[in-house]
Design a protein around this ligand. Structure first.
Ligand SMILES: NC(=O)c1ccc[n+]([C@@H]2O[C@H](COP(=O)([O-])OP(=O)(O)OC[C@H]3O[C@@H](n4cnc5c(N)ncnc54)[C@H](O)[C@@H]3O)[C@@H](O)[C@H]2O)c1
Length: 359
C-alpha cells in the first residue's frame, strides 16, 4: 500500500464528553481527518466546537451519518444509546468505535454483534486501557508462559471519592454503577490478558452506602437532582475455565486513601506472579514481579515505557491500522459482549444472593 496516495479516513464523533478526546486523537493521527462532531446539547456543541475550528457541527446523528461523508465514527454517548447509534452507524456503512460498555444489557450487546456481522464497516469497543504499557506487558507475559500456569487472578478499580452525577447514576441510562463503568475496563483487561477464557460462574455483591446519601460525589456533575439508583461498590468472584478464581472489585466511593482512584491486577502463576498497581492513572512504576530464584523469593521491577500513542489515541491508531490492513479490529463486538454477559450475571447474582452460572 502506498500511504502517500491514500487519503486520510474522514472521522466524526458523536457525544462531546469523553468524545472530545476521540476528536483530538483524530486530529492528531496522521491517517485520520476530523471532519465533524455531534452533540444534542447545543451549549456543549458550541463550547467544544470552538476547540475544533473548521470542523462541521451536527445536533442530530442521522444527519451526521447521511451528510458528512464519514468513513469512521466514534460513539461516545450515555450507555443506553450505544446500541441505537452504533447500529445506525454500521447500517450507514461506517467503521465504528463504540465507547465502553458495549451496551447496557445482553440483548442490546447481541444486537450490536449481529449488526457488526452484517456490516461492511468494522467495529471496535473503546477499551483504551489495553494500550497501557503494563497491560500490554501482562498480555505478553501470559501468552509466553513467563508466569507459568495461572491459578489466581484479581482485577479492580477503586475510587475513594468519585461518584459521577447525571445519567451515570440513573440505572435505565447507565445499566449500573462503578461495576459497569470502571469494572468493565479491568474485567476486559483480565479476560484479554488471559485470552478470553470461558467464565463459568459469577457470584457478586453490590452496595450503595454513599451515593443515596449524596456523599463522596464528584464536583460539578453532582447536585443536579438526579435520583441515585445504582451501586457505589461491587465485590465478586468469577470462576474461570480450569477452575481459576478471579476476584473483581469496583467502587466509586469507599473509605480509602484520600483521592485514591486506583486500578490493580494480580495474575498468579506457577512460575511467577505479576502485580500491577496504577495509582491515579500514573503510567510509571506500576508493575512488580514476584518469583523464586534458587528457592529464594525475589521481587523484580520491570521498567516499562508507555506506548506511543497510548490510551484513546493508541486504540484509535490501532483501529485505523486494522481498517487499512483489513485485519480484525482490536476489540471486536464479541469481546464487548463477553464482558456484558459477565456484568449481567454479576448484577443478577447480587440481586438474588446466589451464584449465577453462565452458558
Ligand atoms: N474509555 C474511557 O476511559 C471512558 C471515559 C469516560 C466515559 N466513557 C464512556 O463514554 C460514554 C460517554 O461518557 P461521558 O463521560 O462522555 O458522558 P457525558 O455525559 O459527559 O457526555 C455524553 C455526551 O453525549 C451527548 N449526547 C446524549 N445523547 C446524544 C445523542 N442522541 N446524540 C448526540 N449526542 C448525545 C450529551 O449531550 C453529552 O454531551 C459512556 O458510555 C462512558 O461509559 C469512557
Amino acid at each position: 500500500m502506498n500511504h502517500l496516495s491514500v487519503k486520510p479516513l474522514r472521522a466524526g464523533v458523536v457525544g462531546m464528553g469523553i468524545g472530545r478526546h476521540h476528536a483530538r486523537a483524530y486530529q492528531d493521527l496522521k491517517d485520520t481527518e476530523l471532519v465533524a462532531i455531534c452533540d444534542v446539547n447545543a451549549d456543549r456543541l458550541e463550547q467544544i466546537g470552538a476547540l475544533f475550528p473548521n470542523v462541521a457541527r451536527y445536533s442530530d446523528y442521522h444527519a451526521l451519518f447521511a451528510e458528512a461523508g464519514l468513513d469512521l465514527v466514534s460513539v461516545a454517548v450515555p450507555n443506553i444509546l450505544h446500541a441505537e447509534i452504533t447500529i445506525a452507524a454500521l447500517e450507514a456503512g461506517l467503521h465504528v468505535v463504540c465507547e465502553k460498555p458495549l451496551a447496557v444489557d445482553v440483548a442490546a450487546a447481541e444486537a450490536i454483534v449481529q449488526a457488526a456481522e452484517r456490516a461492511r464497516g468494522k467495529l471496535t469497543v473503546c477499551y483504551d486501557k489495553r494500550y497501557r504499557a503494563d497491560a500490554q506487558w501482562l498480555r505478553r507475559a501470559v501468552a509466553s508462559s513467563t508466569l507459568g500456569d495461572i491459578y489466581h487472578v484479581e482485577a479492580g478499580w477503586k475510587r475513594e471519592t468519585g461518584i459521577p452525577g447525571g445519567w451515570f447514576v440513573q440505572k435505565a441510562m447507565s445499566g449500573g454503577g462503578p461495576l459497569i463503568d470502571l469494572g468493565v475496563h479491568v474485567l476486559d483487561i483480565a479476560l484479554w490478558v488471559l485470552g478470553f477464557p470461558a467464565v463459568k460462574t459469577v457470584s457478586g455483591v453490590t452496595r450503595a452506602v454513599f451515593g443515596p446519601a449524596g456523599r463522596k460525589t464528584w464536583g460539578t456533575k453532582t447536585g443536579d437532582g438526579s435520583r441515585y439508583e445504582v451501586e457505589d461498590g461491587a465485590v465478586g468472584m468469577l470462576r474461570l475455565e480450569g477452575n481459576v478464581p478471579m476476584l473483581l472489585e469496583a467502587s466509586w466511593a469507599d473509605h480509602r486513601r484520600p483521592g485514591e482512584d486506583d486500578m490493580y491486577f494480580r495474575f498468579s502463576g506457577s512460575k511467577a506472579a505479576a502485580v500491577v498497581h496504577v495509582r491515579n492513572y500514573t503510567q510509571e512504576d506500576t508493575l512488580r514481579l514476584y518469583t523464586e530464584i534458587d528457592g529464594i523469593a525475589v521481587e523484580a521491577t520491570p521498567r516499562l515505557h508507555p506506548p506511543d500513542p497510548s490510551g484513546h489515541a493508541g486504540l484509535l491508531a490501532d483501529f485505523v491500522r486494522a481498517i487499512r490492513m483489513d485485519d480484525a479490529p482490536p476489540a471486536p463486538a464479541s469481546q464487548g459482549l463477553a464482558t456484558v454477559r459477565v456484568l449481567d450475571a454479576f448484577y443478577r447474582s447480587a440481586a438474588t444472593g446466589r451464584e449465577v452460572a453462565l452458558e
